[in-house]
Each structure stands twice: as structure tokens, then as C-alpha cells.
Write a protein that binds this ligand. Structure first.
Ligand code: TNX
Length: 531
């Protein structure tokens, strides 16, 4: 396969050279192209080829690994971006087809084994661009890098003048951690499907590969459950501040999952339990220990609700809800929350979590829980998501010592709902202000004592939405901190350097401007003039 792949690309390059169609002349010096050293997240290695530039022209085609619909789909996404802004036809052609003139190749061969399933090798010469990977996910990641190597106007929805040059050289790249997540709380304020899709596009550009959806809380239930229809219809009918709320039908939810999958983002759905359940308890009186349904809740307090641990119906309920959710979820994880269960006794919490983990296992999935879950006995497959604000936590360290994997989301570093500073209009401040340098300035593999690199599944940046209502709000809180967390998840620790990062981050500003992303112009970042 490797040899075949090399031969394919050689054929493409030879055809380019021998076709009589001159490859785009590197008329502009390489310095005019975006530097290989400007990518976010920082690649493992980037080796520039001085004086070498590839130019995308009207003759450029995208060559794909023969016989792989997944690769053709990644190529189609790249072609769509390039067509909109360059106005060029950008045909997507099977790499075995005979008439290449000028090309970008996406190939499942010739990549070093060291780049694994999500990494890639990107080679830019005057004649061609070749992205090579072992899996389509790696090609998708390589394409995200290539987008960043093109001028910011490549992201435009209308045709721009160019020239469309890419600096020559080689990037070899793969992720540090498997889990690079973003979380959207669609419970406190409901976010429509279009907003979720747009956020998926935005996070995927920074090689984030998990979208955790917080689908239920005291203020709203956001996913239709056929066996318990009032959850969405009634429990989803309001939100913080008393708006009309909303929920995803199962078809809409499937659309989100498919849209994410096409961008190599796995959706991790969360139904928070046993606390944060007022919307469910309000929807079905029989779920309450006293049989009385509370009112719907539109405030922002936490810790006042609990499922009834002693009722057998509670376990029928979660079995049916999680069963439907498991059927909608191609990925291996169901998140069952478990945070701030302050209205549940410690003994009840342990009883409940024991049953809940068995139920999830019964549906063929593994549990993710907020780190409070380590206060209960945990299954070996359970993953704990650390959301504390301290750098030591005895119970989490003990769980890690027993082989439990940890997702790092320290609230004072990675919470996108924290204000940047006292003047930030949106957000909360309970975990402190988080400027860009605070979001970037920690090491997920060495942050929590007793939780070393090998215990860390990855990082996640949660966005709670008590104060967040619109796409513009989401973007303002996520940019530029989300790319900071994404870099901690992807890039080797050896590349960690604030000076380099804030310059590379600044170079993203013109892209965000072209894409219409509403971002916070932190004074800590060197934004190019006009961005
Ligand atoms: C704590 S962090 C919560 C959420 C809130 C968030 C606000 C966690 C697991 N629970 O219920 O929305 O703070 O920042």
C-alpha cells in the first residue's frame, strides 16, 4: 500500500512535470506565503524549504486515494472551501486517473507509522502538495493545517483575488492526547442545530475531535426521548431567564452527529444525574420521591435537585433514556454528569452511580462522569473529567493510580464561561478570570499531582451557558481561548512557548475576521494590523 501510494503520487508529479502545462511559477518570494511556523496547534515538526512555493491555480485538481469514499469526502470539503474563495473549479479526481495537470494529493500511503491514526505528513513543493496519512482522520487534520497555510482570504465566502501560495516544506504531525474536547451546555440556554454545526466547524479547524453536549440540566431537557416524551416537550420548554427553550428531535440530533463525524469530531452526549435534574423531575411527578413534580426552573442555582435513588422507577427511567441515547451515539461514551449532587447523600450517590454505570455498560458504552464520580466505586472503563480549581485532588489521584483515565478541564484554566477580566460583559467569575495566557499556561500531563501524562486521556474546554445566548456569545468566549486548549491537547509539550503561541494565535485573527467569528481582542496577543 505504501509503495503503491508513493507510486501514485510520483505519477501525479511526473505528469505535472511532463504535461507541458507549466506548474505555477513561484513568482512571489516564499516570504509572501504564510510561514509553516504559524500553524495552531503547533505541529510536531515543520521544516521549511527555502525559496519553494506552491501556487494554487485554476488548473489545480485535488487527487484522492482511489477507492476511499472517506478520503473523497475530505477532499470535497477542501474543494468547497477553495472553490468559494478562489473561484477555481477544483475538481476532485481519483489519484489513479490519468490526466493530472496541477495538484493537491490526499493519500492513505507513505505516511510514517509514527503519525498514528490522526496524524499526517504534509509536503509542499513547487509542483504539488501531498498530504499523507494512515487514516482519513489524519488527512482531515492535514487539510486543516493546509487551510492555515493559505492566505486568510481562503476562508472567504466570496471570490478573492489571490495569489494562492503555500510555503514549501514538510510538516510531520500527530496529536499528544486522544481526547481534545469542547463542551457546549445547550441546557441552560438552548442552541439551535445551526449554531452547533457552526461551532463544530470552528473547533475542527483546531483539530478538536470531541464535542461534549450537555443535554440536560435543571433548566432544560434538550433531546427528544420517545419513551419519556414530556422530557423534551415540557422539560425543554424553557431556559435560564425564562425563554422558550427548545430541544433536538432525534433526527436533528442524528444530523449533528453525522455533521460532526464528517469533521472527525465524536459527539459525547451528557445526561447529567442524579443532580441537575429539575427539568426531568418537573416533567414526570412519579420520578420524585414524594410523587410531586417541582415547577420548571429558570434561575442559575446548582445542587438543589436529585433523582430519587430509592425508587426502582428511577433505574427504569435512566435505562430507557440512556438506551435511546446509546442508539443515537456511534461513539463509545455516554457522559452521565454526576457533578454537584449536593442534595444526594454520599451513600445514595454511590448506590446510584453503581447502578448507572452498570446500565451504561449494558448498552455497550463506557461512562464519562465529572470527577465527583470518583467518590463512588468506578468501573475500570469509567473516565473522570476533572473540573476543579486546585492542582491536587486526593481522590482523583487515587483513581488515576488505579488506572482510571482523566480528562483535564480545570475550571480556572479551561472554562470558556469564565470572564477574561472584570470588564467582560458575559460569563461568570467563580473560578477566576481567565485571560488567554492563563488558558494556555499549564501542562495537562503534569497539572494535577499524581495524575501523570499516561493517566490523561486529554483536555476539554467546557462552555456553560447561564450567560451565553447566541452564536456571537459562544464565539466571543471561545476565541481565542478554545485554540489555546486545543493546542495543549494536540501539540507536544516541547513546543509549549507563550511568545510563539501568542504570535501564531494573532495570525489567526485575520482568518476569524474573514470567517465572521466574533472574537475577544485580548491585549496579550499580537494581532496583525486590521484584525
Ligand atoms: C459548575 S462544572 C457546574 C455547572 C455550571 C458551571 C458554571 C460543573 C461540573 N458544574 O453546573 O454551569 O459551574 O461555570
Amino acid at each position: 500500500m505504501t509503495i503503491g501510494g508513493v507510486r501514485l503520487l510520483t505519477t501525479v508529479i511526473l505528469a505535472l512535470v511532463g504535461s507541458g502545462v507549466a506548474p505555477a511559477a513561484p513568482a512571489t518570494p516564499a516570504a509572501a506565503a504564510v510561514s509553516l511556523a504559524s500553524v495552531v496547534p503547533a505541529p510536531v515538526t515543520a521544516t521549511p524549504a527555502t525559496g519553494v512555493t506552491y501556487r494554487v491555480t485554476a488548473a489545480t485538481a485535488i487527487y484522492t486515494e482511489p477507492g476511499s469514499p472517506a478520503v473523497a469526502d475530505v477532499a470535497g470539503q477542501l474543494a468547497a472551501i477553495l472553490r468559494r474563495s478562489t473561484g477555481y473549479p477544483m475538481p476532485v479526481v481519483d489519484a489513479s486517473s490519468p490526466t493530472p495537470t496541477d495538484g493537491i494529493a490526499l493519500l492513505l500511503s507513505g505516511a510514517p507509522a509514527s503519525v498514528g491514526n490522526e496524524g499526517y505528513q504534509l509536503d509542499v513543493t513547487t509542483a504539488s502538495i501531498a498530504v499523507r496519512a494512515n487514516q482519513p482522520a489524519g488527512l482531515f487534520a492535514g487539510v486543516q493545517t493546509l487551510r492555515q497555510l493559505l492566505p486568510p482570504t481562503v476562508e472567504s465566502a466570496t471570490v478573492q483575488p489571490g495569489p494562492w501560495e503555500v510555503a514549501g516544506g514538510r510538516i510531520v504531525d500527530h496529536p499528544r492526547f486522544a481526547h481534545r474536547g469542547a463542551m457546549l451546555d445547550v441546557a441552560r440556554h438552548f442552541l439551535p442545530v445551526a449554531v452547533v454545526k457552526r461551532y463544530i466547524d470552528e473547533i475542527a479547524l483546531y483539530k478538536v475531535n470531541r464535542l461534549h453536549l450537555h443535554l440536560s440540566d435543571d433548566q432544560g431537557w434538550r433531546i427528544a426521548v420517545n419513551s419519556w416524551p414530556n422530557l423534551a416537550v415540557y422539560g425543554g420548554s424553557t431556559q435560564v431567564g425564562g425563554g422558550t427553550g427548545g430541544y433536538y428531535t432525534q433526527d436533528e440530533y442524528r444530523q449533528i452527529v453525522a455533521y460532526a463525524a464528517a469533521r472527525y469530531v465524536m459527539v459525547v452526549p451528557e445526561i447529567d444525574m442524579p443532580g441537575h435534574t429539575n427539568a426531568a423531575l418537573a416533567s414526570y411527578a412519579e420520578l420524585n420521591c414524594d410523587g410531586v413534580a417541582p415547577k420548571l426552573y429558570t434561575g442559575t442555582k446548582v445542587g438543589f435537585s436529585s433523582l430519587c435513588v430509592s425508587k426502582e422507577l428511577t433505574y427504569t427511567f435512566i435505562d430507557q433514556v440512556l438506551g435511546e441515547l446509546a442508539a443515537l451515539t456511534p461513539g463509545p461514551y455516554l457522559h452521565i454528569g454526576g457533578d454537584e449532587a449536593s442534595s444526594t447523600t454520599a451513600a445514595d450517590y454511590a448506590t446510584f452511580m453503581n447502578r448507572a454505570q452498570q446500565i451504561v455498560a449494558g448498552h455497550g458504552k463506557s461512562v464519562v462522569g465529572w470527577h465527583d464520580i470518583v467518590n463512588a466505586p468506578v468501573l475500570p472503563s469509567t473516565v473522570a473529567q476533572y473540573w476543579g480549581t486546585t492542582t491536587s485532588h486526593a481522590a482523583v489521584a487515587a483513581a488515576a493510580g488505579n488506572g482510571i483515565k482523566i480528562i483535564m478541564s480545570p475550571a480556572n484554566r479551561s472554562y470558556l464561561d469564565m470572564k477574561y477580566n472584570s470588564r467582560t460583559r458575559l460569563g461568570q467569575r467563580w473560578a477566576g478570570f481567565i485571560e488567554v495566557q492563563d488558558a494556555y499556561g499549564w501542562d495537562p500531563g503534569a497539572y494535577l499531582s499524581g495524575v501523570g501524562e499516561t493517566s490523561v486521556l486529554g483536555v476539554e474546554a467546557p462552555l456553560w451557558t447561564e450567560t451565553i445566548e447566541t452564536l456571537a456569545d459562544v464565539e466571543y468566549m471561545a476565541f481565542p481561548r478554545l485554540p489555546a486548549i486545543a493546542e495543549l491537547g494536540w501539540s507536544p509539550a516541547s513546543t509549549h512557548d507563550w511568545t510563539s503561541f501568542q504570535q501564531r494565535l494573532g495570525a489567526q485573527g485575520p482568518r476569524w475576521r474573514v470567517m465572521g467569528i466574533n472574537y475577544y481582542h485580548s491585549t496579550q496577543v499580537s494581532w496583525p494590523t486590521g484584525s
